[in-house]
Each structure stands twice: as C-alpha cells, then as structure tokens.
Design a protein around this ligand. Sequence first.
Ligand code: ATP
Ligand code: MP5
Length: 307
Amino acid sequence: MPIPKALTIAGSDSGGGAGIQADLKTFQELGVYGMSAITAVTAQNTLGVQGVYPMSTEAIERQLASIGEDLTPDALKTGMLFSGEIIRMVAASITKFAWERVVVDPVMIAKGGASLLQQEAIDTMVGVLLPLATVVTPNIPEAEALSGMRITDTASRQQAAKRIHQYGCKHVMIKGGHDEADIDHAKDLLYDGETFIEFTSRRLVTRHTHGTGCTFAAVITSGLAQGLSIGDAVQLAKRFIHAAIAEPLHIGGGHGPTNHWAYGHRLRERDERLNGGGDREQEYVVRREFEIDTLFGNIHVQTRGDL
Ligand SMILES: Nc1ncnc2c1ncn2[C@@H]1O[C@H](COP(=O)(O)OP(=O)(O)OP(=O)(O)O)[C@@H](O)[C@H]1O
Ligand SMILES: Cc1ncc(COP(=O)(O)O)c(N)n1
C-alpha cells in the first residue's frame, strides 16, 4: 500500500509545541509522511509570542507549487495563515492542484493573546477557504468570530455550527477546550449539515495545553490521509489529544507543549496488557478492557438532537 502523505500549511513555532512543528510530529507518530509549506515564522516559547514574521506570498506559492508538481498530499491542513492575501493564495493553490480532504484550523489568536490572523482576513477565510474545507475546526472564540454570535450553551453552539456550515464547508467541528462553563468535560461538537455528534472526554487539569488545537487538527488530517471517515478521524484525534494532554512533558516555564509521544506509548501499553497475563477469565478480560478504555480517555460519542 502506498504511504499516506499529509501536508501542513501553517506557521512555524520556534518553541516546537504548536504550528508546523506540532503537525509534523503528529503525522510522524501516526505513520503518515509529513510535508510543509511555511506561511510565517514566529519567535515563540512557552511564555508567549515574541515576534511574527510572515513569509512573502511568492515564497508560500513556490512551496505549494513544488509540492503540487511532484507530491500529491492525500490530505492537508491549514493553520496560521496570517493575512487575507495569504489565504487567497492558499485557496487558489488548493483549487489549482485539486487537492482533497482539506482540514481548516482557523487559527486566530495564540493562547497568550498574540494575533496570528489579521482581523480583516476573517471575511476572506469565510469567502474563499471555508468552501474548500472538508472540515473546519474552530475553538469557541474562533467559532464566535466566524459565526458572528456568542456561544454560551449547547443550543448556541449548535446554532453557530449551522451558520458556519452555510459557508460551504462539509463538516464543522467546534472544539470545547475553551468552554469555561463545563469544568468536568472537554466536549467537541461535529456537524455535517444534518446530524450533531458530540465527542466527550474528561477535562484534564493542566496548564500544558500549548498546541492542542494544531495537534487535534493534525490527527484528523492524518486519519483522512489514511482513508478514515471523518467520524473515525475525530475519534482518533480525541484519543490522541487526551493522551498528549494527560502526560505533559514539563518543558519551559509557561504553558508547556503537549506530549506527541503519549498516544504511541499508550498503544504499546495496551498491547502489553492484551498480550500479558494469559488469564482468559471473563472478569479479568472485562477489567482489562475497562483499563484500556481509560488509557484512551473513555471518549463518549453521542448523536444529539437539534436543540
Ligand atoms: N483540559 C483539557 N482536557 C481534555 N481535553 C482538552 C482540554 N483542553 C482541550 N482539550 C481538547 O483538545 C482539543 C483542542 O481543543 P481546544 O479548544 O483547546 O483547541 P484550541 O483552542 O484551538 O487549541 P489551541 O489553544 O492550541 O489553539 C479538543 O479536542 C478539546 O476537547
Ligand atoms: C505558529 C502557531 N500556530 C498556531 C498556534 C496556536 O496554538 P496555541 O493557541 O496553543 O498557542 C501558535 N501558537 N503558533
């Protein structure tokens, strides 16, 4: 079978926790060959963003053309795009090369508050990029900016998903990491224009969440590149990010990165538990299955009626 290939079109994070670096680490962990087109270089660490240096559109266009002329990605994701000009150029390249399975992570503001997308570029994103998206993955503030409405509860989150879906993307995934109202759960909502599906895990208490959104979207991209359905790709992303947040690396003095190795560690741990012991008694089998579910965050998947 050919090796699945994924492309990330995003900003570089010198601190290694988010952006291009998070995406390539994630692709690698999931057995997907990773490629990149860098839109901007950021000087960044776990304490914040110290500088933003966008690339020229010519340099970005050339990177995309080099990939398109030789290496067709099986899926791609966009992250930090910074300006309307860059967004227009990226959309034109996706159309020119007829790339499919497009994950748009509408990165706007870094955790520390630094702007990674110019305000006036939001309309361009809505007008030219979202119609090309297989899935768009806003967090709650980004979903509010895209939909032009406040999100305070499940009903308003569904309403925002409907508005964003009308821009022409196939699926909308509103992530719940920023949902301050739910202190126990991290609940993500997927909408395909007809059905709402919620993916819920336990909320982990930690400040080491730098790059969660990039990593989550990179897992979805890897899954799509490997031929998974969108639902299965999201389920994989939820498990991967849960493990990555649960086992922080304790790097840096501020909001540290997530752990891109953790999901692989847990897979190996699962295999050891499944193969170990040799005890086939039902009670132990059930207990082991329960432990294995816990390893991956006990993700609860539920179809929700329209509120
Ligand atoms: N404390 C947490 N515990 C468990 N899961 C979490 C936590 N925080 C975020 N997540 C999960 O991580 C994924 C990314 O969500 P989030 O809303 O944090 O994205 P984001 O804000 O775009 O990330 P970033 O801050 O990197 O831009 C989602 O699946 C979300 O549910
Ligand atoms: C280059 C780049 N892309 C994306 C993010 C968002 O990640 P976070 O909100 O976790 O800082 C970032 N900080 N830097």
